[in-house]
Design a protein around this ligand. Structure first.
Ligand SMILES: C[S@@+](CC[C@H](N)C(=O)[O-])C[C@H]1O[C@@H](n2cnc3c(N)ncnc32)[C@H](O)[C@@H]1O
Length: 253
């Protein structure tokens, strides 16, 4: 999925070159995946590394990881795999992903503030809808569970539907939920605000809120929601020197 507002021409051509290279490279699909560094764009490797750094911050903080916005599930499964690599016996940490799997349910006027030509092309009802993505992530979890330690405890949980309805139902069903990492990646105003209101009271000191679109002109709704719920002056918003988009705040920092 490309967006002319954030991708330069060479981004398109280098991705196309990588795709052609992947398709024509020798080796089975498994052998290619085992040599993933040859094929994965450096930007995506950087995002994986950022998730690793975030995971290390919350490794010894009690609570589950909540990802708001799953899409294809690469981010969610990164956390799932990091959990089994780094803490195979932590059966209490769930990796919970919320998504409609039908793209944005609606767009608020806050999402459209600012210069229209600088907004993402996905910013419309059903933006980011991907056919079959829900079934696909279920399959990924099923395969992941085959060789996972303590796989009689669920690890990854997908909550399908509009967050406006699913968040309320989820908290009723799982009133014990404590959150060590809230990964905000809905991109838009309303569910981002609701996610902060729902999960913040469940986040202990030392837990981490991750912002995927803070200070992002293409999706102003996330920043507006964050500034309405949190007092930006009262905490540090940290970032990584190797990844431009992801930033985070540590509760109590
Ligand atoms: C940018 S994508 C998430 C990307 C993903 N975190 C990743 O790392 O690849 C944003 C997702 O948020 C979902 N979304 C936006 N608003 C939502 C809402 N109100 N309820 C549920 N999902 C929503 C969209 O369906 C979309 O798949």
């Amino acid at each position: 999925m490309h967006d002319a507002r954030t991708q330069a021409t060479f981004d398109y051509s280098s991705r196309q070159a990588l795709e052609d290279y992947f398709n024509s490279s020798p080796g089975s699909a498994t052998e290619k995946l085992e040599n993933f560094a040859k094929y994965v764009p450096r930007q995506n490797l950087a995002r994986f590394l950022a998730r690793y750094e975030i995971f290390k911050l919350i490794k010894n903080i009690q609570g589950s990881i909540v990802e708001c916005g799953v899409l294809f599930g690469g981010g969610l499964m990164s956390f799932a795999k990091l959990s089994t690599i780094l803490e195979p016996y932590n059966f209490q940490r769930r990796i919970i992903g919320f998504d409609t799997f039908d793209g944005f349910p609606s767009i608020d006027k806050s999402d459209l503030k600012g210069r229209p030509e600088r907004k993402s092309m996905h910013l419309k009802p059903h933006g980011f809808a991907v056919d079959g993505a829900y079934q696909d992530i279920q399959k990924a979890i099923e395969i992941f569970d085959i060789s996972r330690y303590l796989n009689h405890f669920p690890k990854v949980q997908i909550v399908k539907g509009d967050f406006k309805a699913t968040s309320k139902r989820f908290i009723e069903e799982y009133p014990h939920l404590v959150v060590s990492c809230l990964y905000l990646d809905f991109d838009i105003y309303q569910p981002t605000k609701l996610a902060l209101e729902t999960f913040l009271p469940r986040m202990p000191k030392g837990s981490v809120i991750v912002f995927d679109e803070l200070n992002e002109e293409a999706f102003p709704g996330e920043s507006i929601a964050v500034m309405e719920v949190l007092n930006l002056n009262s905490f540090r918003v940290r970032r990584f020197d190797f990844e431009p988009r992801i930033s985070y705040a540590i509760i109590g920092d």
